[in-house]
Design a protein around this ligand. Structure first.
Ligand code: GDP
Ligand code: GDP
Length: 435
């Protein structure tokens, strides 16, 4: 499981500036999604060999007992409850405010590890900027500048001290395809999990831990083994009523991170919402193979179906690498085809491409379309090899490759996907320039 850092603090202290710095992604696919990313609160990042998840709570204010602000505060509290480390951000220029004191008290009660970060500290004298915040009783305040990056990496290293670096071993281990069923509440995830498991033999049940832990269920279908990562909750056969779902974004992020293939379930009887887009955005960030399931297709007339299709085209067009299935989890229709796409996406995500084959594909793509000339000379690509899978990572070696524009990179990604018939997975390209 990736460590989860949760950012907390009153408005305007610099949380989203810090969030952006911690999640700064060079992934053009993600960066190009206006509307989807403007208001991003969930992301992933890494320092050195340590990847992490980060959640910006947006604020942890004591507010009214209902309405949207209350809901936000509730979600923020849940994120704090599920955090591995809380980063409490205060404003070094404003000094310690009564609101900071209230938040500090709330945080202390959670018993979570907390780092107290004094932001906007650039150009200020260390002792002066932190002196005011000892009274919060959260240990040594750490001055940072989110805007300039001062001390930010160091802070994350401290936060992740107790977490092991990413192991390469895990990737090599053979295991059945891990399939995460994700989506916002009530779209039909647990109905789908039950439909998939059906009368199939359930080999093992794992006990659930806390709310942030998904349930892993091994099963066999048509002679093939899978593991379902069930984010919806406990759904034991015969005890369906006992199931309680507590939607948790962090749980969803962890499940996506750990999966080989994600099945994103949306509700065909409802609009695509911002929450759907947030989950979709995270699938993209994680680079996971994806199958999109539009559920509750039963009981919709032709006109309604048309509307749903258009809604998806408009709002989720950036998921166009994924196969789209219209299903009814309730009636069990469309499940076989859905799983076929899962198999296909798994094979694509885990494909092994030998260097000569990749290099030939690269040459064919170059022949069709040369990269544009850079500032001084034309980038020269010599050969390609595979640097990883889930998703496939293709490393291209050559010279002058810093000048390759994102649009050409995307052209190559598409070309590789086409040539190797990779359906359902994104593909990443990395350039390595030799001098
Ligand atoms: P949030 O409401 O906590 O998410 O705060 P924002 O990230 O939106 O930042 C609030 C304001 O503080 C913006 O005007 C930022 O440009 C500014 N700000 C954020 N970080 C820094 C910093 O490190 N130094 C300075 N001087 N200003 C900052
Ligand atoms: P979850 O919160 O995503 O796990 O959603 P559930 O599986 O609990 O389903 C939420 C509601 O949608 C329940 O009342 C289900 O009976 C209903 N539902 C689930 N799948 C379908 C479907 O395919 N068609 C229809 N009409 N209703 C469905």
């Amino acid at each position: 499981m990736l460590p989860t850092l949760v950012l907390v603090g009153r408005p305007n202290v610099g949380k989203s500036t810090l969030f952006n710095r911690l999640t700064r992604s060079r992934d053009a696919l993600v960066a190009d999604q206006p509307g989807l990313t403007r208001d991003r609160h969930y992301g992933r990042g890494r320092v050195g060999t340590k990847p992490y998840l980060v959640v910006d709570t947006g604020g942890l204010e004591p507010v009214a007992k209902d309405g949207i602000l209350y809901e936000m505060a509730r979600q923020s509290r849940q994120a704090v409850d599920e955090a591995d480390v809380v980063l409490f951000i205060v404003d070094g220029r404003a000094g310690c405010t009564p609101q900071d004191t209230i938040i500090a008290e709330q945080l202390r009660k959670t018993g979570k590890p907390i780092l107290l970060l004094v932001n906007k500290a650039e150009g200020m004298q260390r002792m002066r900027v932190i002196a005011d915040f000892y009274e919060l009783g959260l240990g040594e305040p750490i001055p940072i500048s989110s805007a300039h990056g001062d001390n930010v990496n160091e802070v994350i290293e401290i936060a992740l001290e107790d977490f092991a670096p990413e192991s390469e071993e895990e990737d090599k281990e053979e295991h059945p395809p891990k399939l995460a069923i994700v989506g916002r509440p009530n779209v039909g995830k647990s109905t789908l999990v039950n439909a998939i498991l059906g009368e199939q033999r359930v080999i093992a049940f794992d006990q659930p831990g806390t709310t942030r832990d998904s349930i892993y269920i091994d099963f066999e279908r048509d002679g093939k083994q899978y593991t379902i990562i069930d984010t919806a909750g406990v759904r034991r056969r015969g005890k369906i009523d006992e199931a309680i779902e507590k939607f948790s974004v962090i749980k969803t992020m962890q499940a996506i991170e750990d999966a080989n293939v994600v099945v994103l379930v949306v509700d065909g009887a409802d609009q695509i919402t911002e929450q759907d887009a947030h989950v979709a955005d995270f699938v993209l960030q994680a680079g996971r193979a994806l199958v999109l399931a539009v559920n509750k297709w039963d009981g919709l007339d032709a006109h309604q179906r048309d509307m749903v299709k258009r809604d998806i085209e408009r709002k989720l067009h950036f998921l166009d690498f994924a196969k789209l299935h219209f299903i009814s989890a309730l009636n069990g229709t469309g499940i076989d085809k859905l799983l076929k796409s899962v198999d296909e996406a798994y094979a694509a995500a885990m494909i092994k491409l030998p260097t000569p084959k990749l290099t030939r594909a690269l040459m064919a793509a170059l022949e069709k379309q040369q990269p544009p000339k850079g500032a001084r000379f034309r980038p020269k690509m010599r050969y390609a090899h595979q640097g990883g899978s889930n998703p496939p990572l293709i490393i291209i070696h050559g010279s002058g490759l810093d000048d390759v524009p994102a649009s050409y990179q995307r052209y190559l990604e598409r070309a590789f996907c086409e040539m190797f018939r990779l359906q359902g997975t994104p593909l990443k390209i990395q350039f390595v320039s030799s001098k």
